[in-house]
Design a protein around this ligand. Structure first.
Ligand code: SAH
Length: 227
């Protein structure tokens, strides 16, 4: 059981983290086109208990603006990247969202604070099951986690208003493009493992075509290729 003092300490750490993320927005505005965090994303970052989604041994480091190990050789993304991805998706309260790469469940929780429903796919069963359990403990009823290969998306739940991919692919998986609603947005790191990767923002036009913009150089774990 966490005492009140611990809870207050984590809350203070969380609000420091939000300030650090805000400062990074200011530093990267020329590249991202976003000078500030949106109020919705700021509120979500200020609320989600990141320390309860990382492995217990990492809880004291949970609010650093850094990636963290989450087991099975995977990492939880830096809070700044989670915030930026969420802002780039321009999430609305009625949105149905697909996430590829559940990992710790942190990005899913941030999305679930803003959107109506989040479908998240994780290929490593132990990670996916743990994230699902922790998200449930935290009270997120609008997140559904599935163990499987996100390369193929989640056709039964498509189309999506927004798609976020949290592992880097050499190119954008065609199934994910197909499952994006016209007017919808996708954020995905594109590039090779260990090589250059860029966070890309893809928008599906009303005519069904796609617009693509490179936002920022990034470093993500690789998306395991689909079979
Ligand atoms: N969004 C996560 C970040 C996890 S790191 C968070 O907030 O913590 C990326 C995750 O993508 C890893 O857990 C990895 O196992 C998963 N992954 C890699 N390839 C995948 C694939 N083809 N389908 C689904 N998940 C995949």
């Amino acid at each position: 059981m966490l005492g009140t003092a611990d809870a207050q300490d984590f809350a203070a750490q969380r609000s420091r983290m939000v300030s650090e993320v805000e400062a990074m927005y200011a530093q990267t505005r020329a590249e991202t086109g976003l000078a500030r965090m949106s109020p919705a994303v700021r509120a979500a970052l200020g609320k989600v208990e990141r320390h309860r989604l990382v492995p217990p041994g990492e809880a004291s480091r949970a609010y650093r603006n850094h990636p963290l190990p989450i087991g099975s050789g995977q990492t939880i993304s830096q809070p700044y990247i989670v915030a930026l991805s969420t802002d780039l998706l321009n999430v609305r309260p009625s949105d149905v969202i697909l996430e590829v790469g559940t990992g710790s469940g942190y990005q899913a929780a941030v999305l679930a604070e803003i959107a109506a429903k989040v479908f998240s796919i994780e290929i490593i069963a132990s990670l996916g099951r743990q994230a699902a359990r922790r998200l449930e403990e935290l009270g997120y009823r609008n997140v559904e986690v599935r163990i499987g290969d996100g390369y193929q998306g989640w056709p039964e739940k498509a189309p999506f208003d927004a798609i976020v991919v949290t592992a880097a692919a050499p190119s954008v998986p065609p199934a994910l493009l197909e499952q994006l609603r016209p007017g919808g947005r996708m954020v995905i790191p594109v590039g090779s493992e260990g090589g250059m990767q860029y966070l890309e923002l893809i928008t599906r036009r009303a005519d069904g075509g796609f617009d693509e913009r490179r936002v920022l150089p990034v470093r993500f774990v690789p998306l395991v290729p689909g079979k």
